[in-house]
Design a protein around this ligand. Structure first.
Ligand code: GLU
Length: 317
């Protein structure tokens, strides 16, 4: 049985771009008669707030999307709030540590930023950690640990990574392109990369359908699947909705939030119809219910990394 999920971070009100991803992930599972899981990824420090998690539940319900397992419904793989799963992340970190896959890093943000902005620094290649703390001696580690607690980084194996994405096709990452990334920050917070892999593996997720902005995260996640000896799901990174000018929709842009649409009295069928049209499931943006779209589901007519919203869609609210 296939298992898919929607895994939002409750750091703001859901906007229609999030709704687009949620609709597609839900349709994919309902079409496949699979199980749909809602997982709230709320370990992102002060950015995540319980009231936004509540709003997500209300927004999805308003859209007509239901879930088989999630915070209120619970289920065999719970809890479904990441903040209640910290023990699992700690166990994974300990497992990686026992296998010698992690090393402590004492670099501060300021130091890393300085390296990144130096001429020919990190910025040109993306933020790849240059491995400064990788070869420290035990003595140096002890000395540095007295000054500040370390973050923990994965020593990423020096080889290329290839995978096939359901939307973006074959992806190839050359050795060294990822850099050693953090799984646990100095303040004790676990990173998104670690938590998402631990959870998708522990929850038996077979299909990850999410926004194209996370395509770049996938190779790091594949490294963790390998090091934790877990089977990765199949990945499909769907285009992001963007403004007519190609700009990013943001959770701060409240006029596009579902809460604002609801407050303005927009019927959910209008939003769903528009999203289905943007996904190529309908020929016109006519009102539709999510459940009516299940037999029509296909990803064939979607491509690319972005779909520009029309002025009409922006005027929904
Ligand atoms: N929590 C992540 C976000 O809201 C998405 C995680 C995922 O789908 O892998 O951006």
């Amino acid at each position: 049985m296939r298992r898919g999920r929607f895994a939002p971070t409750p750091s703001g009100p859901m906007h229609i771009g999030n709704a687009f991803t949620a609709l597609l992930a839900w349709l994919q599972m309902r079409h496949a008669s699979g199980t749909f899981v809602l997982r709230i990824e709320d370990i992102d420090g002060p950015r995540s707030r319980p009231e936004y998690a509540q709003l997500i539940v209300e927004d999805l319900t308003w859209m007509g999307l239901d879930w088989d397992e999630g915070p209120a419904t619970d289920g065999p793989y719970g809890p479904y709030l990441q903040s209640e799963r910290l023990e699992l992340y700690e166990q994974a970190v300990e497992r990686l540590q026992r296998r010698g896959r992690l090393y402590p890093c004492y670099c501060s943000r300021a130091e890393l930023a300085a390296i990144a902005s130096a001429p020919h620094g990190l910025a040109s290649e993306g933020a790849v950690y240059p491995g400064l703390c990788k070869e420290l001696s035990e003595e140096e580690r002890r000395r540095k640990a007295q000054v500040k607690p370390p973050s923990l980084r994965v020593a990423v194996p020096e080889r290329s990574i290839s995978f096939e994405d359901g939307m973006a096709g074959v992806q190839h990452v050359p050795p060294g392109a990822l850099g050693d990334f953090v799984v646990k920050r100095a303040d004790g917070q676990f990173s998104y990369q670690l938590a998402v892999v631990v959870d998708d593996a522990a929850m038996g997720i077979t299909d990850v359908l999410r926004g194209a902005d996370l395509l770049d995260s996938t190779p790091r996640q594949l490294v963790l699947y390998e090091l934790l000896e877990a089977t990765p799901p199949s990945f499909c990174h769907v285009p992001l909705l963007c403004t007519p000018e190609g700009g990013r929709l943001s959770k701060r842009n409240r006029s596009l939030s579902l809460a604002a649409l609801r407050a303005a009295g927009v019927p959910p069928e209008r939003l769903i119809g528009y999203l289905a049209y943007a996904a190529g499931l309908l020929d016109r943006p006519e009102p539709a219910q999510a459940a009516e779209l299940v037999p029509l589901f296909s990803l064939e007519r979607l491509s690319g990394e972005q779909i520009a919203l029309s002025e009409e869609a922006l005027a929904l609210g």
